[in-house]
Design a protein around this ligand. Structure first.
Ligand SMILES: [Zn+2]
Length: 333
């Protein structure tokens, strides 16, 4: 008992020394921040936001982590204890908002109550820029990254959140934002150009879930999401039949699948079309709610949207270089 007690006392002392060291470091940090980078630790929910934070914050940031990894469905993901710990350690937490991170609500409430800096970048957009989501009682559609021009506005909110937390870095964040926005404008022009080559009657995106509303608005597409309908119910079968009807009537050549969504309905539509003598093929996967593998081109925001625009243009009868935007810039990926 005495030994244990002694040990505890020792640990207590060691802990105290550690704490004093940490306090001393904390005292000294602001002094260092005036001449060097402020060591801001930023945690984001989606990887798309993290990509922007890195581009805008650059070397001024100590770390940028995103909680939602590749292929994760943000509508369903519940934060783990490790996620909560990461958010508690962060100086700034940036979410998408508009209830994209539906399972985070309790955690977000707690973080706000405990005085943490939490910003929802998409919720700061003007209301008239948002679409209503028919699948969610006409609440605002959260998939704003699908329109690059709109995403530039979301990134302006990210810049402002960084400046508010670290005013000394204003010039640096503004520069980072301008560079990033310029690259996204280039992406936007590329997407407009390749997608406008698709014959108008084929500008219909048949996909598993309703993530492409902003894409549709930006590029003049119709969009049909078939997630949620069950092929085992009358209504579900009727819905599948309607989609088949449309694909056949408009001679739509391709249907799209996403990583995180079951492709059963997609297959039902393809089979229905085949029975009607129309060859509808399943195109290469496109990205909806998460980006590709970290460290690859598709694991960046630009790469994700470039991949989607290029894949959709090629699959629906438009013309796009096989390697997308990069082959135009001549940089390769
Ligand atoms: Zn979604």
């Amino acid at each position: 008992m005495a030994v244990i007690r002694g040990r505890r006392a020792f640990l207590g002392l060691a802990g105290m020394v550690f704490l004093l060291g940490a306090l001393a470091a904390a005292w000294m940090a602001p002094v260092a921040a005036q001449s060097e980078a402020a060591p801001l630790r930023v945690v984001t929910t989606t990887a798309m936001i993290a990509d922007g934070v890195r581009a805008i914050g650059g070397e001024r940031l100590a770390s940028v982590d995103s909680l939602l990894g590749e292929g994760v469905d943000p509508h369903l993901y519940k934060p783990t204890r490790a996620d909560v710990a990461r958010m508690l350690r962060a100086d700034l937490i940036i979410g998408n908002g508009l209830q994209l991170e539906a399972q985070f609500q309790d955690t977000f409430d707690q973080l706000v109550r405990s005085g943490r800096s939490l910003v929802f970048a998409a919720e700061r957009l003007p209301k008239d820029r948002l679409l209503a989501d028919a699948a969610y009682q006409n609440k605002p559609d959260p998939h704003v990254w699908m329109d690059p021009d709109l995403w530039i506005e979301v990134m302006a909110q990210v810049r402002d959140a960084l400046v508010a937390k670290d005013p000394a870095g204003q010039a640096s964040y503004t520069r980072g934002y301008e560079n990033y926005a310029e690259r996204i404008r280039g992406l936007s022009a590329y997407a407009k150009s390749v997608l406008s080559g698709i014959p108008p009657e084929r500008r219909v995106l048949i996909t598993a879930h309703d993530a492409f509303g902003y894409f549709a608005r930006a590029y003049g597409f119709g969009v049909i999401g078939i997630q949620g309908v069950s092929t085992e119910s009358e209504a579900g079968l009727r819905r599948i039949e309607e989609v088949v009807e449309l694909a056949v009537a408009r001679k739509i050549p391709a249907i799209f699948v996403e990583a995180s969504v079951s492709d059963r309905n997609v297959k039902a539509v393809v089979e229905g079309s085949t029975r009607r003598g129309h060859d509808l093929r399943i195109a290469a996967q496109i990205y909806s709610d998460s980006m590709g593998t970290p460290g690859t081109y598709e694991g960046t925001y630009l790469g994700m949207i470039d991949h989607n625009a290029t894949t959709i243009a090629r699959a629906l009868g438009g013309e796009a270089p096989e390697r997308g935007l990069n082959s135009r810039l001549g940089t390769g990926s």
